[in-house]
Design a protein around this ligand. Structure first.
Ligand code: PXP
Length: 247
């Protein structure tokens, strides 16, 4: 069975659209609450909850992460930039997983994979700190051989292959080649002993093809589930995605 990690960042995006300056992040009139979203997703079969605490705090706030740490019953996956401040935060928080992502202040969302090759020493330091603390690290990378090979060498147990380029190419002639690139990436990562996750841009349509990728352990899905939840409620949205993943 492919596991489902529900990324709840965009629930917080909606809250911040109205309550950015508010003292409280939950309670009273402040909604929607990302923790309530996470608990509903868990009731519907989510295997883990993922949040990206960005440096600019544009959606998830630190307090959300601490509340999640206390409340959720599954596993917490903290997406974070590879910086000393975030490493220190993760070591205090002790999530089950961290996923190291690139972070650009101007980007609307995470736009490309982490350049492990170009940031080798920083990434190694981060992976070693997490390994020493018993926190499992995943590196969010494009499905390219040099990135995959170095990820394995740096001792991260997981990679999350970036499905964004494939998702964007879905209605273009590049769809086949982007899918093949992902397929080869999954095989290569698995051959090197890495556990293979994937995420970004996965929706209720392209999941039919994404789920056929070999060796998939977990998919991290956010935007499509949060969007669908507006119409069906969180539980139905998460349940439907999990059913489609494991058709
Ligand atoms: N995985 C990672 C590493 C991400 O940065 C994101 C986006 O925040 C996702 C998965 C989820 O992407 P989406 O919201 O497009 O499903």
């Amino acid at each position: 069975m492919i596991l489902l990690g529900v990324n709840i960042d965009h629930c917080a995006t909606l809250r911040q659209a109205r309550y950015r300056g508010a003292a409280a992040t939950a309670g009273g009139a402040v909604e929607p609450d990302p923790v309530a979203f996470a608990l509903a997703a868990e009731r519907a079969g989510a295997d883990g909850i993922t949040v990206h605490l960005r440096e600019d705090h544009r959606h998830i706030q630190e307090r959300d992460v601490w509340r999640l740490r206390e409340c959720i019953a599954t596993r917490l996956n903290l997406e974070m930039a590879c910086t000393p401040a975030m490493v220190a935060f993760a070591l205090k928080l002790k999530p089950e997983f961290v996923c190291i992502v690139p972070e650009g202040r101007e980007e609307v969302t995470t736009e490309g994979g982490l350049d492990v090759v170009g940031n080798r020493d920083r990434v190694r330091t981060c992976v070693e700190a997490m390994n020493a603390a018993g926190i499992k690290t995943s590196l969010f990378i494009d499905p390219d051989e040099p990135q995959i090979e170095l990820s394995a060498k740096l001792g991260a147990p997981f990679v999350e292959l970036h499905t964004g380029a494939y998702a964007q190419a879905c209605f273009t002639p590049r769809r086949g080649s982007e899918f093949q690139r992902l397929r080869l990436g999954c095989v290569r990562a698995h051959d090197l002993g890495l556990v293979v996750n994937a995420g970004h841009g996965i929706n209720y349509v392209n999941i039919a093809e994404v789920r056929t990728l070999p060796h998939l352990h977990e998919l991290n899905i956010g935007h499509s589930i949060v969007s669908r939840a507006l119409f069906t409620g969180v539980e139905e949205a998460a349940r439907e995605m999990k059913a489609r993943m494991n058709h």
